[in-house]
Design a protein around this ligand. Sequence first.
Ligand SMILES: NC(=O)C1=CN([C@@H]2O[C@H](COP(=O)(O)OP(=O)(O)OC[C@H]3O[C@@H](n4cnc5c(N)ncnc54)[C@H](O)[C@@H]3O)[C@@H](O)[C@H]2O)C=CC1
Ligand SMILES: O=C(O)CCC(=O)C(=O)O
Length: 525
Amino acid sequence: MTIQGQQFIGETAVKGANGEIFGFDAASGEKLQPSFGGATKDDLERACALADAAFDTYRETSLEERALFLEAIADNIMALGDELVERCCAESGLPRARVEGERGRTVGQLKLFAGVVRDGGFLELRLDPALPDRKPLPRPDLRLRKIPLGPVAVFGASNFPLAFSVAGGDTASALAAGCPVIGKAHSAHPGTAELVGRAVQKAVKDRGLPEGTFSLLFDSGREIGQGLVADRRVRAVGFTGSRGGGTALMRIAAGREQPIPVYAEMSSINPVFLFPSAVKNRGEAIGKAFAASLTLGAGQFCTNPGLVIAVESEGLDSFVKGAAEALSGMPAAVMLTRGILDAYRKGVDAVAGHAAVAEVAAGQDGGASRGQAKLFAVKAEDFLAARELQDEIFGAASLVVRCRDEAEVAKVIESLEGQLTVSLHIDEADHAAAKAILPKLERVAGRLLVNNFGTGVEVAHAMVHGGPFPSTSDGRSTSVGSLAIDRFLRPVCYQDMPAALQPEALRDGNPLKLFRRVDGVMGQN
Ligand SMILES: NC(=O)C1=CN([C@@H]2O[C@H](COP(=O)(O)OP(=O)(O)OC[C@H]3O[C@@H](n4cnc5c(N)ncnc54)[C@H](O)[C@@H]3O)[C@@H](O)[C@H]2O)C=CC1
Ligand SMILES: O=C(O)CCC(=O)C(=O)O
């Protein structure tokens, strides 16, 4: 077994001396060996000092070198083979096919970012040559490139132990931007975190990069995570998790002497709008597809469809019938951790106990150790009067909001918090009605989908996995897809800088053959 209960501080692998952490088999609750130690304040200090020391060297690696590093991480993750898959399945309770798929996504996004780095477009190079004879005033020589922000703290997510964790999207985009990364491992999957951390550490060494390019710390409480966000050398934070956790980190970051951006992905209930013609023609089929999306991964997706909105009709009834039939055959599911199961049950009980809410469908009951899928319904007027019905229930629970008419649908939209996704189920006859509400929906969410559900985010150039608060802390960006790199960059302008001092990418003659906007014109010039 290569799992040794170690964290990584630069090139060293050490067991933390600040409390004990164990992984658990999510299905049986059995404690997994070995134990892990939480980082001490000295470990935190050393990881931050190394990251800071690595920054200036790492950020000036050639684009090719950086791309090869990302590809080396991907290769090293694959080389972990079955040990990684088995440990990850045990710690998360997720089935093998899902974990293998997630590993493919993780490796795929590292390779996508290798391509983004080689392309160089993310540097956004702009040159406005000097106009010494311009009247009434000459124009100076202006050259712009984007540079990385500095060391980034990445909090691994519990629900995607590979794709949103140690070498997940936030790490890949930060490293691609040129930022050293200090990971904060999630205690729900310490063994998985160690294995992946070792793969990243090996890539740093093999590619001859400064050791502080990557560290991974464990935290037996909250102190190390909070200390990371507060450390003056850390310049940005990536986080996926609860609203409480994300907003706590936002407060720490905002209270620093030099505040820093926190890119936190938090709660989203991903409203699904059912239009009259679509539900009339195929309500039952939409209901069945909805049930599949709702229960995917035990509902532990931030893109899970937690709210369904429609005008009362027979079509809506057939949607509920289709969903109920499909759900009735769904087994209760192992959840990621005991804490997440307890939070799910509490959330479900709170909704079930609401006077205006009725249960309309349920999955199979799996006893105290499994999460049972639930579908509830409420009248729009009652939904509008009860803000708490918009709270995310992390798991396979959803709420149908029955509206009297389109005006009531509009009121529900007005009441919505920011979302990662909004789905519209429409036929051609619904296009006019859909067009009427699209501008309102654009205000609400980062991704608008038609005749589908938000679960299963494609890692691509045009993807947006973000949205207004509280779905994320900063809706101007995405955490999935190549645009994610932009979160960890800032523009710098070099005015009248002598050629010898200019960054190579901005020199006359375009020595790196990159795309640049010269005097407003884009090209390889
Ligand atoms: N919307 C989403 O994507 C997700 C939502 N969740 C929600 O979060 C609940 C708990 O799940 P977790 O994954 O454990 O999320 P969490 O937010 O409790 O923890 C995520 C990470 O942040 C750290 N953290 C949390 N609060 C902190 C604080 N105040 N100071 C410093 N560090 C802090 C934790 O140690 C962990 O590493 C779930 O039941 C669910 O409601 C969880 C995962 C994803
Ligand atoms: O739906 C997906 O594939 C990603 C979901 C996600 O980002 C999350 O659950 O944290």
